[in-house]
Ligand binder design. Structure first.
Ligand code: SAM
Length: 288
């Protein structure tokens, strides 16, 4: 962890380090939170009842956490994964190959803030932690509405914030380091990502959907936890650091660097007292 930290975030989007770090984080997120993903897709299976979806659209798919969970849940389905990052889509195709489902996935590189490609009518749209990235999410919701067949389902997943891993006493002489990082992140995101953490229910109704499920999920994993949790914490704190570096004191930044460090004695990859606490909400809505 050296020069990576001093790079600039261009308005055009993520640079190469950011994308590699993001791919790793999204993969670990899917791995560590697989129970959540499985529960979320089970809710959709229940809503679809005797008509399981056969054409699925994953908007802002990233490395395919949703795409792959949905293909596993709905064995007769094909999915279109859409993202603006060719690199993340490339990664997604590799994972699909490894799982033997590459024939059931098509990737489409597109910027959802621009004109949408014609995806053809679909039965299920999945948008996990992606709507808040759009410049005009309400317009996006209307476009999703138009892409769905009547009776088709939209699943929106939103997160309250980044997951938390550390005990409260971490922070050298000043405990509460992680809370300070998250406060700084929230401040930065209030401007750059105003729709992060939005209450999507009313906005789904305004776009014409019937909201059928609003389900909060509280993720609270306690030790002993698998080794992947250390890497997940490391990846997550690394991305967090890139967002909040200028807002932290030099002491906090130094502590954070020790926690992220793969080789040092204080690294999170070595700790056995990590937890994973996160909150996500699933809205499932139907096009009447
Ligand atoms: C936080 S990630 C979520 C990825 C995935 N849905 C998941 O839950 O693991 C957000 C994704 O949205 C994509 N994204 C952001 N803005 C976009 C846009 N305007 N058009 C297409 N994709 C976009 C990003 O490239 C990123 O992969």
């Amino acid at each position: 962890m050296t020069d990576h930290h001093h790079h600039h975030h261009s308005a055009a989007g993520a640079d190469e380090w950011d994308e590699a770090a993001m791919a790793e984080l999204l993969d670990l997120d899917a791995e560590v939170l697989h129970t959540f993903l499985s529960e979320a897709t089970a809710v959709l299976a229940q809503l679809a009842r005797d008509e399981p979806p056969h054409r699925i659209l994953d908007l802002g798919s990233g490395t395919g956490a949703g795409t792959l969970a949905l293909l596993q849940r709905f064995e007769g389905a094909e999915a279109i994964a859409v993202d603006r990052s060719p690199r993340l889509l490339d990664h997604l195709r590799g994972k699909a190959r490894a799982r033997g489902v590459e024939d059931r996935v098509r990737t489409v590189q597109a910027d959802l803030d621009a004109a949408w490609p014609d995806f053809g009518a679909v039965n299920l749209v999945w948008a996990s932690a992606s709507l808040h990235h759009l410049t005009d999410p309400d317009r996006g919701l209307r476009q999703i509405f138009d892409s769905l067949r009547p009776d088709g389902l939209l699943a929106v997943i939103e997160m309250a914030g980044f997951p938390r891993f550390l005990p409260d006493d971490v922070g050298r002489g000043r405990p509460g380091l992680e809370a300070r990082c998250h406060a700084a992140r929230a401040e930065a995101h209030a401007e750059s990502l105003p729709d992060l953490g939005s209450d999507w229910g009313p906005r789904l109704s305004a776009a014409g959907f019937t909201v059928e499920v609003e389900r909060p999920f509280t993720i609270d994993l306690r030790p002993p936890l698998p080794e992947s949790v250390g890497r997940y914490a490391q990846a997550s704190l690394g991305v967090l650091r890139s967002r909040v570096a200028e807002k932290l004191s030099s002491e906090d930044l130094a502590t954070l660097d020790h926690l992220i460090d793969s080789d040092g004695p204080d690294g999170v990859v070595r700790r056995d007292d990590l937890t994973v606490r996160a909150e996500r909400t699933l809205w499932a809505a139907r096009r009447p």
